[in-house]
Every structure is written in C-alpha cells, then in structure tokens.
Design a protein around this ligand. Structure first.
Ligand code: HCR
Length: 409
C-alpha cells in the first residue's frame, strides 16, 4: 500500500512530498521532506565512496601495462558502486535525503595504509562545496606515494517519470596515474544515470541505468547498467566491455567482457588478449571472478580536522551539521529543523552581505573553468555529448590543510 514503510504520522507529508516531486524538475535538495526520509550525512561526504577500497585504488599503480591498468581501473570503479548507491539502504533501511551542503562547506579525511602493507600508502580526501544553487561538490582524492589522483565534481538534474525519480549526474572525474619514467596517463570517468524506485512505498532505493564510460590509457570501457526485468532479470546488473581506443589496438583483437552485479559478484565472460586478466583475477570455488564484493571489506574514511590545530573549523561538514545530525539520529526533529534553519538563515544573510559589498564567497581550494581540455580530448574517443564540460581546477594548496599535507608525507 502507499507509504507502507512510512511512519503513520508522516504518511500525509510523504504523499505531499511525492506530489511536489511529480510536478518538479531541477534541484531536489531544496524540497522539504518528512523527517523519516532525512539522512544525517551531508553530500560533501559522498566523494569518500570513491575510496572505501583504498587497496584496490592503490593497485591501479602496480598494473604492468596499459591493458592491465584498464582492467584495474574498471575493477576499482565497480567496487565503489555498492557504497555509492546502496549503502544508505544498508545503514538506514532505505535511500535517504542527504543534508544539502552550504557554499564553501569542507570535508577532509584520509585512509591510512594497513599495518600489514605500509607500501599501499595513505589516501587523502579533500572536498569543497563549490556551488549551492545548484548544489555542486568538487573533490580531490590522492594516493601520493602511488602517484594516483582523482579529481572531479558532481551535480544532479532530477526529473520524475512513471513513479520514479530520474537523476542525471552532471560532472565527471579524471583519474591521473603518474609514472616514474614516462608521462602520466589520464582516464575520464563519466557517471551513471540513477533511477530512484520504491517511492510509492516510502522505501526508496537506487537502480543504475544506461551507460557510463572510462576513457583513456589507450582503452575504452563502456559499462552498461540494467535492473530487474532486463537482460538478467536481476537488480544492479552491469556488463562492461574493455576494448582498445580507436586506432590503438594494432592487429591483436583485445576485448574483455565482464558481467555480473555491482553489489555482489562479477566475472569475465570473454577475454581475448594478453595476460592482463591475471592481474585482477580473483579465484573462488573454481570460478574466475572479476570482483566479489563480499571478499573485500570496505574501509570508511577517517574525518580529519582542517583548522591547523587538529580541530574542525566552522564550515567543516561534521562541525557545521553536528546539531542537525544529532537531532536526526536521535529522532529529535524539532532540534534538527531549528538548527537547520539557523544554518540556512546564516547563509542567506551572508549572501545578502556579499551582494551589498559587491563581493562573492571565495572558494578555498578550487577555481571554476568553463571547459576541461582533458574531458574534451578523451570524450572524442566515443563522441560523448556534450563535447566539453566545465570543471573545478584544484589549486594545489595542500599547505592550507596541514593535516592532509602531513598525511601525504
Ligand atoms: C540523488 C541523491 C543525491 C546525489 C547522490 C549521488 C549522485 C552524489 C554523488 C555520489 O558520488 C553518488 C550519489 C549517490 C546517491 O545515490 C545520490 C542521492 C540519492 C538520493 C539523493 C536525492 C537528492 C534525495 C532524494 C530524496 C528521496 C530519497 C526521496
């Protein structure tokens, strides 16, 4: 029945929320939702999902050749999807509405290497909310000792269709792999389209749709997503095809095809080419697996305080939202809503003051650019549209966050 999973007292406001999203297109984060669907986590924490398997990320640097590296990048990308798109269902019972970050909100963190493998190196995370209307989050994830850096930004455009919310992800990420004796390799990562189903029952969950790409390093990887009722009839299904980039393959016909579910297991269903596959293969019960989520424990990010004394400054996510998050976690929605209004009113006042002074909020780590030459170059490999996208250029100002600079050394 409608709102089956919704607390009885909130069914009316859930129906109104659904009506408002049905007639709405744009920035969902601005709509007021009933308390049961609120998450205590800000969207600035989401880039951490890219690195909850820091070992699989680090392994990209150890790939011996371009073909192995293309598979290693794909493996890392696939292993992030469960966290990105299903972890709120596991930790909170359904997908939830995250806290909408304020302009200039910051989140810093790191993943130290395990004691058993110090050579894995530390991975650091730096996130800044670079726009509030529309919400845009920019990030840099780096394992300096392995020469790996992921930079990107993320925004969303939402619409409503046949009872589901459709979320087009705007933005892209670039993975740079630096090598000691040759030039760096860059990969462009595009982001899948999401469908939020289960709204009718008040129990939303994500399904991925259409195709996303990993482009660069001499290879093109196309990842096709399907849900229940399509080619396997299973949720969270994907099929990834790795082939040489146009003009790169030479005479050898290299092709790897991986199929499975991104929240459980996937395997090679076709593999021609060199010994690249050996680099990423997991063997279990006589099967040649590409990836088994259950076999790889995730490591959540450790948040770091960036104020220079080990503490968090006013705009760091966990400090800024502490009272709101506590209210949501403890079911004290009155406090949560009061604290949220306090933050939002403060933001409005800041924008008014800036307008009066003819100034704008100075971003701390990023500068917006209208086009990204890396995107333009790599997007041509599959004739992506649009042919260019804007980008947020990281200012290389690690000393501004001593705790991250120390973590990298
Ligand atoms: C769409 C979404 C906000 C954006 C979230 C993104 C796309 C952010 C970037 C991450 O890398 C991946 C990611 C995962 C989330 O699944 C996605 C969120 C899911 C819901 C949320 C909406 C704004 C909230 C809608 C309210 C619903 C639950 C009724």
């Amino acid at each position: 029945a409608v709102g089956e999973a919704v607390p009885a007292a909130q069914r009316g406001s859930w129906s109104s929320f659904l009506k408002s999203i049905a007639s709405f297109s744009g920035d969902l984060s601005s709509l007021t939702a009933p308390p049961f669907i609120l998450s205590p986590v800000s969207l600035t924490e989401f880039p951490a999902y890219w690195c909850e398997h820091p070992d699989i990320f680090a392994a990209i640097a150890d790939a011996p050749d371009d073909e192995s590296r293309a598979l290693a990048v794909l493996k890392w990308f696939i292993c992030t999807l469960k966290g990105q798109y299903t972890s709120r269902n596991e930790s909170m019972g359904s997908e939830k509405k995250p806290l909408n970050p304020v302009l200039g909100e910051l989140f810093y963190g790191h993943w130290p290497p395990p004691a058993s493998n110090p050579k894995q190196g530390t991975t650091t995370l730096l996130v800044e909310q670079v726009s509030h209307h529309p919400p845009i989050t920019a990030y840099v994830i780096e394992n300096k000792s392995k020469g790996l850096r992921l930079t990107g930004h993320n925004a969303q455009k939402t619409s409503f269709s046949a009872g589901s919310i459709i979320v087009k992800q705007i933005g892209h990420a670039v993975l740079t792999v630096s090598r000691p004796s040759s030039s760096p390799v860059q990969y462009l990562l595009t982001l899948p389209k999401l469908r939020i189903d289960g709204l009718w029952y008040g129990s939303p969950y994500i399904e991925l749709a259409e195709t996303s790409y990993i482009l660069g390093g001499g290879f093109v990887t196309a990842i096709e997503y399907k849900g229940k009722g399509y080619f396997s009839g299973k949720s969270h299904t994907f099929k990834a095809t790795v082939t040489p980039a146009p003009g790169m393959g030479g005479a050898a016909k290299v092709e790897h095809v991986v199929e499975g579910t991104w929240h459980e297991r996937s395997k090679f269903v076709k593999s021609s080419g060199g010994s690249a596959k050996a680099h990423v293969l997991q063997r279990a019960n006589g099967e040649e697996l590409f990836h088994d989520v259950a076999a790889d424990g995730k490591l959540e990010v450790t948040a770091l305080g960036g104020d220079g004394t080990g503490g968090m400054s006013e705009f760091e996510t966990r400090k800024l939202w502490a009272a709101v998050a506590k209210g949501i976690r403890e079911g004290d929605f009155e406090t949560a809503s009061r604290e949220k209004s306090r933050i939002e009113n403060d933001q409005r006042q800041r924008r008014r003051d800036e307008a009066a002074a003819g100034s704008t909020w100075p971003l701390k780590h990023f500068v917006p650019e209208e086009s990204d030459p890396v995107y333009e170059r790599l997007a041509r490999l599959v004739k992506l549209t649009p042919p260019t996208e804007d980008f947020y250029v990281f200012q290389e100002n690690w000393p501004a966050v001593p705790v991250l600079q120390q973590a990298q050394n």
